[in-house]
Ligand binder design. Sequence first.
Ligand SMILES: NC(=O)c1ccc[n+]([C@@H]2O[C@H](COP(=O)([O-])OP(=O)(O)OC[C@H]3O[C@@H](n4cnc5c(N)ncnc54)[C@H](OP(=O)(O)O)[C@@H]3O)[C@@H](O)[C@H]2O)c1
Length: 396
Amino acid sequence: MKKIVILGSTGSIGENTIRVARALRPAFKIVGLATHRNHRRLLEQARQLGVKHVAVADAAGARRCACQAPRGVRVHAGTEGLEQLATLHEADVVVCAVVGTAGLRPVLAALRLGCDVALATKEVLVVAGHLVALACRKYGGRLLPIDSEQSAIFQCLAGAVENGNHKPDREGREARGIRRLILTASGGPFAFRKRVAFDRVTVAQALAHPNWNMGRKVSVDSATLMNKGLEMMEARWLFDVPIRKIDILVHPQSILHSMVEFVDGSVLAQLSVPDMRFAIQYALTYPERLDGGLPPLDLTRIKGLRFFCPDERRFPCLRLAREAAKAGGTMPAVLNGANEVAVRAFLEGRIAFSGIWEVVGKVMDRHRRAPSPDLDTVLAADRFSRDLAVEMCRAP
Ligand SMILES: NC(=O)c1ccc[n+]([C@@H]2O[C@H](COP(=O)([O-])OP(=O)(O)OC[C@H]3O[C@@H](n4cnc5c(N)ncnc54)[C@H](OP(=O)(O)O)[C@@H]3O)[C@@H](O)[C@H]2O)c1
């Protein structure tokens, strides 16, 4: 039996992880759950699953949770509470499904204990991929991707994450014979709509993703295509492949979740109906495959798979992400921090949709990149970019 801790259990990935673990009982047992504020749902989950350790990152929420928690349930509080859950000694795998850089310290703490991490929170690798990869190499914990695109590549490479993490030497890398990784993007709600006035897009329009039902932040990132830029950087660290070997193709049906082209010209792809439980389940059962009752793919009902090159002029976030990835050092953390602030400002009606890439671009212009940052330098760059972005997003 594998014991699981879920950070971000009340969110879209968190709830789906619980569904997967329940469908595969008794192979999995959930031993810890963490959230930001939603302590009511957290306690419901703890009661249903018999979980004894919960964490609430928000201090006031943690106090309320402690008052309402039944006897025998320990409530861990604050950002330290999340780290305490990530380092529970009985956990075999920590699922990180919080939003943004809040996942960074807990992921590093789990990896430093040699624990496996199933990672949905791509921002962790964007801001500090080099530190996470180092922790994997040094302590032996594995990163198991939950993002559907990364899971597809992971499956095509059948274990390359382990190889990438533990044998980063040039010979080992070339032996895998990878010519390029091809990440697919649905294109979000706007890629196929002509003449969109990006300065007048509403929150409801941006959140109306055609294929996936996701949290608000990642839905907006999908609409700006920043999500694909972040995934490019995530893939770079997960698979130890340089950015110049990572391409993006828009694939509106979200059936083919990504591909690997090898040096002999062969291309391997992974396909399924668009449902995040496939990727979550593979991360949890890896290297085995189990029948969790997920819906089968009927190719005869699909009217052709379509692919297009993304339009970086219409979606400047892709270009900004590529620039940040090429610059490296602290620049990806700065792009990510500014984006998190700008997306929140858009969701709260303080800036226009097009304001997201305007803010991110301006913050990047003002940053002086540090080339090989340690954790403190990464966090300082993150703080710099958030402070500047907050100032820029203030209503005039
Ligand atoms: N949803 C998808 O299909 C999908 C696909 C691929 C990758 N991802 C990635 O997975 C991550 C989670 O996405 P999601 O869609 O599941 O998000 P979501 O539905 O918004 O849920 C986020 C979860 O994280 C918690 N959380 C948020 N901020 C936190 C903080 N500062 N400290 C501790 N916990 C915090 C939330 O708690 P509260 O409920 O209390 O706010 C909630 O449990 C993101 O990085 C996203 O890019 C998601």
